[in-house]
Design a protein around this ligand. Structure first.
Ligand code: HEC
Length: 449
C-alpha cells in the first residue's frame, strides 16, 4: 500500500493510515517522548496539529535531518524519505490531514528509555556535576578509571547524558596507560613537541590555538601538514585514536561492525569531555555515563578510527566562503566503514575525495549544507575498500558572513579552538585493516576495488 505511490495517490483519499508507517519509520526515532525532538509523532491526535509543519519540513528536506548529497555513496543509516513518501505526506495534508480508519493502523513503534545498545556489561559514570545558572556555557573534563587489569574488547558503546536539558554534546576518549606517561617524557626532550605545546592555549578546560600561530588553510600542500608539529599520530598509534563514542545531535550509539571490536588497553582511563548548555537558567545536576558491551570472543578484526584535522586555518571576518583542506595518504589496504565531518557554527560544507594509486578519483561523501546542529556519522552500507597509497582530501568551507544564521559573530577572526564559537576542521574516519582472506560483514565480492 505504502510504496505504490502514483496509482494510490490518484485513486483515493490519503489518510493518516497511509502516512503513519512513514512517520513511524523515519520520524518517530527522534519524535517520541524524552528524545531530542520537541514533539512526539506516535498517534494521530499528537501528529495532526503538526500536519502543515510536517508537510513543509519534508518538502524542504529539513526533516528528517540527513545532509549527504545522494549522488555519492550509500549509507546504512540513511533515513531520508523517498520521493513517493514525500508525495504521500503532501497529499495527506493537501487533502485535509484526515485520520482514516484507525482499525487499519499498523502498531506504533515502542521506544524504551533503556540503553539503545541493549543492557550494557559495564557502565562508567562521571561524579555528579552541578551546573550553576548564569555565565557562559561550560566545557568540563572528567577522568574515570576503568580499573581493567587486562585488555578488553568492546563491540558497542553508548554515551548517555544524565540530564538532557543541559548536555549539549559529549565525547568519551580512551586514555591508554602508556600514552598517559609517554606524553610528558616526549615533551621534555623534543623541541618540536615543546613548540607544539606552546602553540596551544589551555584555559578553563578549553583549548585554542595562539593567534600568532602560522596560518595554513590549504592543509593539502603536504600530507598531514596541519597536525600540531610533533603531534602527528605515530604509526603505532594510527587507528587506535582515542575517541570511543560521542553524544551529538542526530548521532546514534556506536555499534562497531559485525565481527569487529575496539580495544581498551588494561589500565586505561575514560576521559569525558562535556559541553554544558546553561539555557535552562536554573541550577542543574548531571551524571553522564558510557555503557559498553564486551565481545564474547576475540574479534576477527579491530575497529579503528583516525581523526584528520587542520588546526592552522584562519577565517577572516565577514568572509562567506573560506576553503580549508587537509590531506592524508593511507599506507595500508583498509576498509572504511564511516565518515564524519566535524566543524562548528560556521561550517558550511564538507567533501571527502579520494585519489586512488592509479589516479582514479572518487567522492566518498559530500555534505553540501553542513549544520552544527546535525552532526551525523555517515555509515557506509558496505565497507569501502581503500588500497594502500590512496590519498584522501577533506575539503571544507566556512561561512563567517552575517548571512549565516548560526554565526555568533561575523566580525571576528576565527581560528582553531574547542568552543563552539571557535572553529574546528576535522574528518573522523572509522576503518578496518584489510586482512588477506577476511571479508568484512556486509562486504560483497565485487565491492573490493
Ligand atoms: C534525528 C532526529 C530527528 C528525526 C529523524 C526527525 N526529526 Fe523532526 N525534529 C527533530 C528536532 C531535534 C527538532 C527540533 C529542532 C529543529 O527544528 O531543528 C525537530 C523539528 C521538527 C519539526 C518542527 C520544524 C520546524 O520547522 O520548527 C517538524 C515539523 C518535524 N521535525 C518533522 C519531522 C518529520 C516529518 C520527520 C520524519 C519525516 C522528522 N521530523 C524526523 C529531530 C528529528
Amino acid at each position: 500500500m505504502l510504496f505504490a505511490a502514483a496509482p494510490f495517490l490518484c485513486a483515493r483519499e490519503v489518510t493518516y493510515v497511509d502516512v503513519a508507517p512513514i512517520l513511524y519509520k523515519h520520524c518517530a526515532g527522534c519524535h517520541h517522548p524524552n528524545d531530542i525532538a520537541p514533539m512526539a509523532m506516535l498517534d494521530y491526535r499528537e501528529t495532526r496539529p503538526w500536519a502543515t509543519a510536517i508537510r513543509e519540513s519534508v518538502l524542504s528536506k529539513k526533516m528528517p535531518p540527513w545532509k549527504a548529497d545522494p549522488r555519492y555513496g550509500t549509507w546504512s543509516n540513511d533515513w531520508s524519505l523517498r520521493d513517493s513518501e514525500i508525495a504521500a505526506i503532501k497529499a495527506w495534508v493537501d487533502q485535509g490531514s484526515k485520520e482514516g480508519d484507525p482499525k487499519l493502523l499498523p502498531p506504533a513503534p515502542v521506544f524504551s528509555t533503556e540503553w539503545k545498545i541493549g543492557k550494557p556489561d559495564a557502565v562508567f559514570s562521571i561524579p555528579p556535576h552541578t551546573l550553576t545558572p548564569g555565565g557562559p556555557d561550560e566545557y568540563e573534563q572528567f577522568t574515570v578509571p576503568t580499573n581493567f587489569t587486562e585488555d578488553r574488547w568492546v563491540i558497542a558503546a553508548e554515551l548517555r547524558p544524565g540530564n538532557r536539558k543541559i548536555v549539549h554534546h559529549a565525547h568519551v576518549f580512551v586514555n591508554a596507560a602508556e600514552k598517559q606517561k609517554s606524553v610528558k617524557t616526549d615533551t621534555a626532550k623534543d623541541p618540536q613537541a615543546e613548540y607544539a605545546q606552546w602553540l596551544v592555549v589551555n584555559e578553563n578546560k578549553l583549548s585554542w590555538i595562539r593567534p600568532e600561530a602560522p596560518v595554513i588553510d590549504d592543509g593539502c600542500v603536504v600530507d598531514d601538514n596541519s597536525y600540531w608539529p610533533g603531534k602527528k599520530p605515530r604509526d603505532a598509534e594510527f587507528g587506535n585514536w582515542g575517541m570511543l563514542s560521542s553524544y551529538l545531535p542526530g548521532r546514534e550509539p556506536d555499534i562497531f561492525p559485525e565481527g569487529t571490536a575496539r580495544k581498551i588497553p588494561a589500565g586505561s582511563n575514560f576521559s569525558f569531555q562535556i559541553h554544558y548548555s546553561k539555557a535552562t537558567k536554573k541550577p542543574e545536576i548531571d551524571v553522564t555515563s558510557v555503557g559498553i558491551i564486551f565481545a564474547t570472543e576475540p574479534p576477527k578484526q579491530i575497529a579503528k578510527r583516525v581523526d584528520l584535522s587542520n588546526f592552522f586555518f584562519l577565517i577572516p571576518p565577514g568572509n562567506p566562503n573560506v576553503e580549508v583542506t587537509e590531506c592524508h595518504t593511507f599506507k595500508q589496504d583498509m576498509y572504511v566503514t564511516s565518515l564524519t565531518p566535524h566543524m562548528h557554527l560556521r561550517g558550511k560544507d564538507a567533501r571527502f575525495d579520494v585519489t586512488y594509486p592509479d589516479g582514479r578519483k572518487e567522492t566518498l561523501l559530500f555534505v553540501p549544507h553542513y549544520n552544527f546542529n546535525w552532526q551525523i556519522t555517515y555509515r557506509m552500507s558496505e565497507p569501502k575498500f581503500i588500497p594502500n597509497g590512496t590519498r584522501l582530501a577533506i575539503i571544507s568551507h566556512f561561512d563567517n558572513s552575517p548571512n549565516n544564521p548560526l554565526n555568533p559573530n561575523p566580525a571576528e577572526v576565527v581560528r582553531w579552538g574547542g568552543a563552539s564559537e571557535m572553529e574546528m576542521m576535522d574528518g573522523w574516519i572509522e576503518y578496518l585493516d584489510a586482512l588477506p582472506g577476511v571479508m568484512p560483514a556486509g562486504q560483497s565480492a565485487q565491492a573490493r576495488f
